[in-house]
Ligand binder design. Structure first.
Ligand SMILES: NC(=O)c1ccc[n+]([C@@H]2O[C@H](COP(=O)([O-])OP(=O)(O)OC[C@H]3O[C@@H](n4cnc5c(N)ncnc54)[C@H](O)[C@@H]3O)[C@@H](O)[C@H]2O)c1
Length: 254
């Protein structure tokens, strides 16, 4: 899909990967709805896009609230006259290695922000994209959703959920010209990871990816018409890698 002239909505776009994605898509010629619960950060992303010559608007949203997610999609459509591309990206990281000790409210908030919100954002986007004859949805998953990750089993489960959801929506391409794909970055240099490290250091041999490198992967997934139910891994210092050969289980609807 050509990005020039399209309308894009990015959630979690006040910071980190979402801000980099919003800036990259704007510099590729899209008009961008910058959605986040952090209104000041969203405003700053809009300012940076406009300073670079792009067009953007900020939308305040809690992505875990179905009514707010619907209003966010409607607002983007009304502001720009339609919607073509959605990047469901907002997420948080709450420690859950010691599951019985982990804060339950924060743990459930992570499930809702990292998984439920992706479901809500995708569900609300489908009719909007259909009104334009199709479109692209990119989800931010994580490499944590592809591996056994005892360091944070609930985070891993939310991200595995996003990967499975993405792959199981590949049929939308044939049915309504909507391509769903996801990115699975390793550790990225954002407030999320600095918060998790809490002043500690990275394990030996581990380096951080820049958010701008992840945004390159997002742009590639939007442009690539073959990226259908696609899972893209992003590792430090390497080109994005498309993961293939996942088995498919049945075609019946249940
Ligand atoms: N940083 C990493 O190492 C890394 C690696 C792989 C995947 N990810 C994923 O990338 C995504 C973006 O994370 P990041 O690293 O850029 O973190 P970040 O903290 O820089 O940005 C996350 C954004 O999400 C927003 N957000 C949080 N809860 C929200 C809510 N309820 N409603 C609306 N917005 C909300 C925050 O305000 C923030 O702007 C997340 O899904 C994260 O799980 C991060």
């Amino acid at each position: 899909m050509e990005i020039e002239g399209r309308v894009v909505l990015v959630t979690g776009a006040a910071s980190g990967i979402g801000r980099a994605s919003a800036l990259a898509l704007a510099s590729a010629g899209a008009r961008v709805a910058v959605a986040d619960i952090d209104a000041d950060g969203a405003g700053e992303t809009v300012r940076q896009i406009e300073a670079a010559g792009g067009t953007a608007t900020a939308l305040a949203v809690d992505v875990t609230d179905a009514a707010q997610v619907q209003s966010m999609v409607t607002a983007a459509e009304e502001h720009f006259g339609g919607l073509d591309i959605v990047h469901n990206n907002a997420g948080i990281l709450v420690p859950t290695h010691d599951l019985a000790e982990a804060d339950l409210d924060r743990t459930l908030a992570m499930v809702h922000i990292n998984f439920t919100a992706v479901l809500l954002g995708t569900r609300a986007a489908i009719p909007a994209l259909q009104r334009r004859g199709g479109g692209a949805i990119v989800q931010t998953a994580s490499v944590a959703g592809l591996v056994v990750y005892p360091g944070n089993p609930v985070y891993a489960a939310t991200k595995a959920g996003v990967v499975g959801f993405t792959r199981s929506l590949a049929h939308l391409n044939e049915e309504m010209n909507i391509r769903v794909s996801c990115i699975c970055p390793e550790r990225v240099d954002t407030p999320l990871i600095s918060g998790a490290l809490a002043g500690g250091t990275l394990p030996p041999g581990v380096s951080l990816i820049r958010p701008e490198e992840v945004a390159v992967g997002v742009v590639q997934l939007v442009r690539d018409d073959q990226a259908v139910g696609a899972v893209m891994k992003i590792s430090p210092g390497q080109p994005p890698e498309m993961l293939e050969d996942f088995p498919t289980w049945g075609v019946e609807r249940s």
